[in-house]
Design a protein around this ligand. Sequence first.
Ligand SMILES: Cc1cc2nc3c(=O)[nH]c(=O)nc-3n(C[C@H](O)[C@H](O)[C@H](O)COP(=O)(O)OP(=O)(O)OC[C@H]3O[C@@H](n4cnc5c(N)ncnc54)[C@H](O)[C@@H]3O)c2cc1C
Length: 196
Amino acid sequence: MSDSYDVEVKLLAITPDAERLIESAGRLCWNTQEKTGTVPDRIQSWINIGHESMIEHACATFSIRGSRAMTHELVRHRLASYSQRSQRYVREHEESYVFPPELRAHDDADDIYRRAMRNAWEAYRELLKRGLKPEVARYVLPNACYTDIICTWNFRELRHIIALRVSPRALPEIREVALQLRRIMKEQAPQVFADL
Ligand SMILES: Cc1cc2nc3c(=O)[nH]c(=O)nc-3n(C[C@H](O)[C@H](O)[C@H](O)COP(=O)(O)OP(=O)(O)OC[C@H]3O[C@@H](n4cnc5c(N)ncnc54)[C@H](O)[C@@H]3O)c2cc1C
């Protein structure tokens, strides 16, 4: 069994030729666009001095799967566009929930947790059977419930999210998401994400 949170982070779309676009936008400020691509750390040196607005011209879209507890934190990042699977219109037929690896280190904690999940879904199904809408029945579902969300962030916001959420002070599940975002973005745009 894995020691990390079972989250999924998939890159769906990204600005084509993002680093070239960013560099030529930055170079416009000095009218040196003809030098685009000639200095490998040009973008990093702008970032170092806080001249960052040009990295907002590129963005990336991700599909992320994890708990509602985690996505509740993720959507606090406001410079973004989000689309999340609805618990009002979609029935949560499956008992589908995140299992925190920390539970394994404590006697009986996994049993207590699984029992709470079973009870929550039993109550959910009973409420649906009695004719309540999913939007009402869902109030008994836990924070641990799996959800899917599509997130679009520009590169400046992505850098901000990664920097905040890879910290050991962050919630371990969102930290796992941020580590995966960082790995993907270092591959996709090393000139923008190299220092993180
Ligand atoms: C370890 C940790 C613990 C946390 N604990 C709590 C908690 O207990 N309770 C809680 O409510 N939240 C908590 N948060 C959430 C935190 O307060 C932020 O809401 C969240 O991290 C989003 O970050 P942000 O506001 O920097 O950025 P974003 O929304 O991602 O915005 C990016 C940046 O844009 C600027 N910006 C955006 N909107 C505005 C604005 N309206 N005015 C001025 N500048 C703006 C800021 O510079 C901001 O940093 C926690 C976050 C972390 C990382």
